[in-house]
Design a protein around this ligand. Structure first.
Ligand code: GDP
Length: 204
């Protein structure tokens, strides 16, 4: 008899202003593709990728959210059940960096994580391939220290350091899962639906 064991499903959410490259980063990581064609995300979308963390296979469900005001009302159901949140900005846009404080607060209010103080945020500076940088690594690190987040930067376009933030979010998410989901399945339980382009065997 074959025993079927579905992998742990972790929900990682990408938030930040529209145009910072959330979809591009996610697509580069999952599908190894990049396009220069601008496509404003309509509502939300997610892709799933299986990763191995410390010998365990987990299904990383990566949610890409719309950064525009008109979709903000989607926040509540969308943010809930996240195991890790990636705050994304564009290193050539100071405004996209300062906006992260608002995005973070909104996530904490609408997502209602069980342990807001200990919830894992990862800050991601995208578009390091561009020369007109407005936010330095030092400035970003300073803010991350204040909020207790890890910092990564890279380029979806040039495929630079795309893997690290996702692997770190998977590790942080797995810790959240172990800490909360196993004890409070009702609150954190999420459903793995069929993503747009990728399908795996996650049945949680
Ligand atoms: P989103 O609204 O945050 O999902 O942003 P998109 O992924 O749609 O990207 C917005 C624009 O930025 C698109 O024209 C992308 O091609 C471009 N873009 C995304 N990532 C990079 C990057 O790493 N470098 C550069 N130069 N452009 C990027």
């Amino acid at each position: 008899m074959i025993e079927w064991k579905s992998p742990i499903c972790l929900k990682v959410i990408l938030i930040g202003n529209s145009g910072v490259g959330k979809s591009s980063f996610m697509n580069r990581y999952v599908n190894h593709r990049f396009t220069n064609m601008y496509r404003a995300t309509i509502g939300t979308d997610f892709l799933t990728k299986e990763v191995n963390i410390d010998g365990s296979t987990v299904a990383l469900q990566i949610w890409d959210t719309a950064g525009t005001e008109r979709f903000q009302s989607l926040g509540t159901p969308l943010y809930r059940g996240s195991h890790c949140c990636l705050l994304v900005f564009d290193v050539t846009s100071r405004a996209s960096f300062t906006a992260l404080e608002v995005w973070r607060k909104e996530f904490l209010v609408q997502g209602e994580p069980l342990d807001p103080e200990g919830f894992p945020f990862i800050v991601l500076g995208n578009k390091t391939d561009l020369s007109n940088r407005e936010v330095s690594r030092r400035q970003a690190l300073q803010w991350c220290e204040q909020i207790g987040a890890q910092y990564f930067e890279g380029s979806a376009k040039d495929d630079v350091d795309v893997e690290k933030p996702f692997m770190t979010s998977a590790q942080a998410g797995l810790q959240q899962y172990k800490k909360h989901t196993l004890e409070n399945t009702g609150h954190f339980q999420i459903t793995c639906k069929q993503p747009r382009e990728t399908r795996n065997n996650c049945q949680c």
